[in-house]
Design a protein around this ligand. Structure first.
Ligand code: ADE
Length: 226
């Protein structure tokens, strides 16, 4: 998988991809992440990338020219499955979208700023608009980092324990059950007996019941959604 991220603030993305699972995925050649500074493609005198909005109103709007040139160049080099715009008014990100996107080959992610991008960018280049939740960030970069993390960890071979993505919260419309590790007793706080019993069927039943209980309490909206 190859992901090209288009941003005005490339430094914001230095950290998230340099560590842990995302670093390992790149080292193993399972994904490539390329960060492009939109400003480098501006043909304006001062390399401007934004302008006042037509019709008046507060807030600057990202201009189409540098984004067009950058996307056009990338598309001349390879085909892209999706060109995604991160925006609070996009479809809300859910695990099933992450699963779908983890099967793609090449993707472009466009990070918005200010009041957003000129609508013509959205109309003519963007294939999908995604929000990571009902709150507003100061730019799309952190949202892009969240999206990339949620996708890349699903690529086979990225995680050490191949099965662990399958037991994540949300994968079966249930929140994950509680987990414990050694010691079996700490300051008098005990691990549930069933987990120490070695009885696999009972353990599975306990986990399922706990997952259902937790989901009913915290997220009844996702229970039996499918
Ligand atoms: N940009 C600003 N807020 C955002 C959000 N919630 N999701 C995606 N992109 C954003």
């Amino acid at each position: 998988m190859r992901i090209d991220i288009l941003t005005l603030l490339p430094r914001l993305l230095d950290g998230p991809f340099a560590d842990s699972i995302l670093e390992r995925a790149q080292e193993r050649g399972l994904c490539e992440i390329h960060i492009h500074n939109i400003r480098d493609y501006s043909t304006a005198k001062q390399k401007q990338t934004d302008d006042y909005q037509f019709g008046g109103g507060a807030g600057m709007v990202m201009t189409i020219q540098p984004i067009d040139d950058l996307i056009t160049q990338l598309r001349s080099e390879r085909e892209y499955d999706e060109i995604i715009y991160l925006t609070p008014d996009g479809e809300r990100l859910e695990q099933r979208t992450c699963n779908t996107l983890s099967l793609k080959k090449n993707m472009i992610l466009l990070c918005g700023h200010y009041k957003g991008v000129d609508q013509r960018v959205r109309d003519h280049f963007i294939t999908r608009e995604i929000s990571i939740g009902d709150y507003v960030l100061s730019g799309g970069e952190l949202a892009a980092a969240v999206l990339v993390d949620s996708i890349v960890r699903l690529i086979p071979g990225v995680m050490n324990d191949e099965t662990s993505a399958l037991t994540d919260s949300f994968q079966d419309n249930l929140l994950a059950p509680p987990v414990y590790t050694r010691p079996a007793e700490y300051k008098g706080w005990k691990v549930p007996d069933v987990l120490l019993s070695g009885h696999f069927a009972n353990i599975e039943e306990w986990r399922m019941n706990e997952a259902i209980k937790k989901t009913k309490e915290r997220r009844p909206d996702i229970l039996g959604d499918e």
